[in-house]
Ligand binder design. Structure first.
Ligand code: MCN
Length: 763
């Protein structure tokens, strides 16, 4: 079962319109919320006039922070291990000052969403506009307008990492490449915008909140704290969720707002974002500026890497400075780097807050390192593939200790991987051997073809812990309950595969439920490609315990030794006598008998197990892009895209391939089109899908995926995560391919997205 390319069982539901998303909930008499957002990047709120709005038909109420004091300071920066962030107080509705265009100032509650939206337009907010800090470098200058006045600086966090002696590396180097590299601000745009609903139960004084969140337990904690409730009095359910990509990880103001209003009004309250508002209401990402130096010996060996980078975090840091830690630790990539020096500063500006988006700082780190590798290869007169061959860590060197600490505080050790083989396989499938001849022939016809390589690795499966319950129900079906929610990754299929495999039942007998604080006690959530590794391991352990119990119960009933019981196809039978056996339903019933309960220690065939990994496991891959650049317009067409990855043992190769294809497309989007552009006053200029250029089906080639797996020694199933990795190398692979197409003397690419106008008619 593990290792089988089973089709995703949840897809039938999704494709036939039977998915149950938050906005599908049958919440009777639900009131609808519309949010009044600041049009200013930075302003003092002088007054909020709700009179006209209150008189609108259908409007039930208008609320600002003064009316909902529970929301004051309700969103402090989270405690994320690694880099410390300066403390601030964010309220779920603005507290006298707005710090980004889009910040929630007031809410209108109405009988339907149209009345709420009309009401929101009628709320009169008077602002006194203030100077906005928009440029992250200007934000560092003395006298810059401060985003959080009490800090005395706009630097929210600083991280430094050092290993080896970089100054000596510089002195010894035959070649030193220093570049300023920029990666644009992005957002994720999942198909389902964010949404939340809440119902207050007066009789039990408890709340049920539904949210499209990736972290229901974090939402529960914040709501309980804000409303002065015990966590057990707040149940948060993430039902079907239409994509998250990291942006549904933070706790958002709207989740606190619907919870507060549901209690206040005594009726269900719901809110669903609109696509256009999501550009201002949902976290941004990326937005990094690096000054990086790569020092190499004359034979191409890397001697050292140094980087000084800024992350423009926007006004608040709802996931702390986690991205800075991820970027810094992924700069060294898959290469032997004897000396490394890095400083990362997280800067606040008057922009939409930022948080991880698929890859969480790795695409930027990989873009920096892999672009420098290609530029260095050019200076050394080496093929980029050869330069990589000279520097990739060998399989025989694994586990490879970096001499650095990872962001979980543990030694950064690549646990397994065969990077040279990943490279060769990717080159082979992309036709690298014959490409130079093809490129030369195309050039003779006036066409510019290029091939770009990018190698990445990725720490996956970070703690603190996850758990799973596996239980046999009275009809013999098996239920797996986990805490982590799913946004489309296919957990209902893969976790069922793990359970079915370990327990000895058919896949069709196993049902998986996740993302409901009312059904499982604890979970950190779905992010950082961690569910397969941690939840998968917990499911395997719990299934093993249940199988063991089933064998003991069967042995009693069949009067033999438990070691002689085999469980297969949902039945326990005596070894060598398949007719002497019992089904799981019968065993579950027997497991309720008092004498069996005494022997098992608890009733039923069920078990809960938690897994808390010591540290991360390192997935990796190599992507190769082949592009053509139009000489006249500079337009880039991606002709082919080949990905070879290592996710350890794959629970479901079909799902892993699908994850890889989806991620690669996001990488192509970041390389060629996507950018949140701000003007100098802090207004988003790309707030529609006409302006924010997502990749489309007609601009993406078939993504060819292959795997070369090195099982992780860190968990019994040999798993590594895979959900983010494929989104990591795309910008670097495409940029390297475009640079290769343009050839020497063309403008150097040190920025993504690549703008066609920079390339047109220059080559
Ligand atoms: N898998 C597998 N074998 C492995 C590793 C993973 O079969 N060796 C399967 C898993 O069981 C799961 C999928 O691949 O079905 C992704 O697994 P994993 O790498 O553990 O990632 P998570 O399940 O923790 O999902 C989070 C990850 C992240 S961080 C982002 S961002 C992202 C991503 O997943 N967002 C997604 N993939 C996404 N896919 C969809 N459709 N929607 C999103 O929002």
């Amino acid at each position: 079962m593990i290792g089988q390319p089973a089709r995703r069982r949840e897809d039938l539901r999704f494709l036939t319109g039977r998915g149950r998303y938050v906005s599908d909930l049958p919440l009777e008499h639900a009131a609808h919320v519309a949010v009044v957002r600041s049009p200013h990047a930075h302003a003092r709120i002088v007054s909020v006039d709700a009179g006209t709005a209150r008189a609108q038909p259908g409007v039930l109420g208008v609320f600002s922070l003064a009316d909902l004091p529970e929301l004051r300071g309700a969103l402090p920066p989270p405690v994320v291990p690694g880099v410390a962030v300066k403390p601030y107080r964010q309220s779920a509705l603005a507290d006298g000052v707005v710090r980004f265009s889009g910040e929630a100032v007031a809410v209108v509650v109405a009988t339907d969403s149209y009345a709420a939206t009309d009401g929101a337009v009628a709320v009169g907010v008077e602002y006194e506009p203030l100077l906005a800090t928009v440029d992250p470098e200007a934000a560092l200058e003395a006298g810059a307008q401060l985003v959080h006045a009490d800090w005395g600086t706009n630097v929210a966090a600083t991280l430094t990492l050092e290993m080896g002696d970089f100054e000596t590396a510089l002195r010894r180097a035959a070649i030193v490449v220093t570049r300023r590299v920029r990666c644009a601000r992005l957002t994720a745009l999942p198909l389902e915008p964010r949404t939340a609903a809440a119902r207050w139960d007066r009789a039990t004084a408890s709340l049920h909140v539904w949210s499209s969140t990736q972290m229901p337990y974090g939402v529960r904690q914040r709501i309980a704290e804000a409303l002065g409730l015990a966590p057990e009095a707040v149940r948060v359910t993430a039902p079907d969720v239409g994509g998250g990509f990291g942006t549904k990880g933070p706790v958002y103001p709207e989740e606190l707002i619907v919870a507060t209003l549901a209690r206040r009004l005594g009726r269900p309250v719901c809110w669903t974002d609109t696509r256009s508002a999501s550009f201002f209401s949902t976290t941004h990402a990326g937005d990094q500026l690096h000054t990086a130096t790569l020092a190499l010996a004359g034979d191409g060996r890397i001697l050292g890497l140094a980087d000084d980078f800024l992350i423009d975090a926007g006004a608040y840091l709802p996931r702390g400075a986690v991205v800075a830690g991820v970027t810094a630790t992924h700069l060294v990539g898959l290469y032997r780097v004897p000396a490394f020096r890095c400083r990362g500063r997280v800067v606040v500006t008057h922009k939409v807050p930022s948080a991880p988006y698929r890859g969480a700082g790795r695409p930027q780190a990989t873009f920096v390192a892999e672009r420098l590798m290609d530029i260095a290869a050019g200076e050394l007169g080496l093929d980029p593939a050869d330069l990589r061959r000279r520097n990739l860590i060998d399989a025989a060197e694994m586990p490879f200790d970096r001499g650095l600490l990872y962001r979980d505080g543990m030694p950064m050790v690549h646990d397994s991987g065969d990077y040279p083989t990943l490279l060769e396989k990717a080159l082979e499938s992309a036709g690298h051997r014959t490409f130079r001849a093809r490129q030369a022939a195309a050039r003779r016809e006036g066409r510019l073809l290029g091939l770009g390589i990018a190698a990445y690795n990725e720490a996956t499966g970070i703690g603190p812990h996850e758990g799973a319950t596996v239980g046999v129900e009275s009809d013999g079906r098996v239920r797996v309950i986990v805490g982590a929610p799913c946004q489309g990754q296919g957990h209902e299929t893969t976790l069922a595969q793990v359970c079915a495999h370990r327990l000895g039942v058919g896949l069709e007998c196993v049902a998986v439920t996740g993302g409901d604080t009312g059904r499982f006690p604890a979970s950190a959530g779905t992010y950082a490609s961690r569910v397969a590794v941690i939840v998968g391991s917990a499911v395997a352990q719990a299934a093993d315990v249940v199988r063991d119990k089933a064998r003991r119960v069967a042995a009693r009933a069949l009067e033999c030794d438990a070691d002689d019981i085999v469980i297969a196809d949902g039945r326990a039978h005596v070894k060598g006598a398949p007719d002497r056996g019992l089904g799981l339903a019968a065993l579950a019933a027997l497991a309720q008998h008092p004498d069996v309960v005494r022997s098992l220690g608890e009733p039923g065939l069920a078990a809960t197990r938690y897994v808390s990994p010591e540290s991360v496991t390192w997935a990796s891959g190599v992507h190769v892009a082949t592009v053509e650049v139009d000489r006249e317009t500079g337009a880039v067409s991606v002709l082919a895209y080949h990905a070879v990855h290592d996710a350890g043992h794959e629970i479901n190769p079909l799902i892993v391939a699908g994850q890889t294809q989806g991620g690669a497309v996001q990488g192509i989007g970041a390389a060629l089109g996507e950018e949140i552009v701000y003007d100098a006053s802090g207004q988003v200029l790309t707030g529609t899908l006409m302006d924010y250029a997502l990749p489309r089906a007609d601009s993406v080639p078939a993504i060819e995926v292959a795997s070369y797996d090195s099982p992780s020694p860190l968990n019994p199933l040999g798993l590594k995560g895979t959900g983010e990795g494929s989104a990591v190398p795309g910008p670097a692979a495409i940029a390297n391919a475009v640079a290769d197409a343009l050839g020497a003397g063309a403008p150097e690419i040190t920025e993504v997205p690549i703008r066609a106008r920079l390339l047109a008619r220059r080559s």
